[in-house]
Design a binder for this molecule. Structure first.
Ligand code: DUT
Length: 147
């Protein structure tokens, strides 16, 4: 169990904090903190504020992921999915949405636009090496086993 601190940014006191829509949902839904409705034309991308900043334990990251309903029905997704929120980031969490649909899409204040999933990040050290251990795959990749 991890405890994450959320701080509402000024002007967003009434906005609901990220929340799970069911007990076992993996993601906390994020709400748009836009001051007025924002429209994304087809192909357009915009950085949408969430109205909060946070502090999580150092071993965690948070991933910003699209909501499947918005993607399926309207072609709205996160351009940089999954967006990475670093444990030491104290700025406002933002969501980079893009409209891959055929129609303009308008985002209203408070609308659930994406979800945030927390993950433990393994501690990794980088060690330079002249040789790498053999493996069955070797250097094969990018479809070398067939499509
Ligand atoms: O969807 C996102 C992605 C990132 N961030 C914030 C939190 C994250 O910790 C910071 C930096 O993100 P990232 O490392 O992906 O960006 P960068 O392009 O490498 O920029 P930087 O040089 O600031 O690390 O921006 C968001 O609010 N939303």
């Amino acid at each position: 169990m991890y405890n994450v601190l959320f701080k509402r940014l000024p002007g967003n006191e009434e906005l609901e904090l990220p929340s799970k829509m069911s007990e076992l949902a993996a993601g906390f839904d994020l709400r748009a903190a836009v001051s007025e409705p924002v429209t994304l034309s087809p192909g357009e991308r915009k950085l949408i504020p969430t109205g909060f900043a946070m502090a999580m334990p150092g071993e965690l990251e948070a991933q910003i992921r699209p909501r499947s309903g918005l993607a399926y029905k309207h072609g709205i997704t996160c351009l940089n999915t999954p967006g990475t929120i670093d444990a030491d980031y104290r700025g406002e969490v933002k969501v980079l949405l893009v409209n891959l649909g055929q129609e303009p899409f308008t985002i209203e204040r408070g609308e659930r636009i994406a979800q945030m999933v927390f993950q433990v990040v393994p501690v990794v050290t980088i060690q330079e090496a002249d040789e790498l251990p053999d493996s069955v795959r070797g250097a094969g990749g990018f479809g070398h086993t067939g499509v």
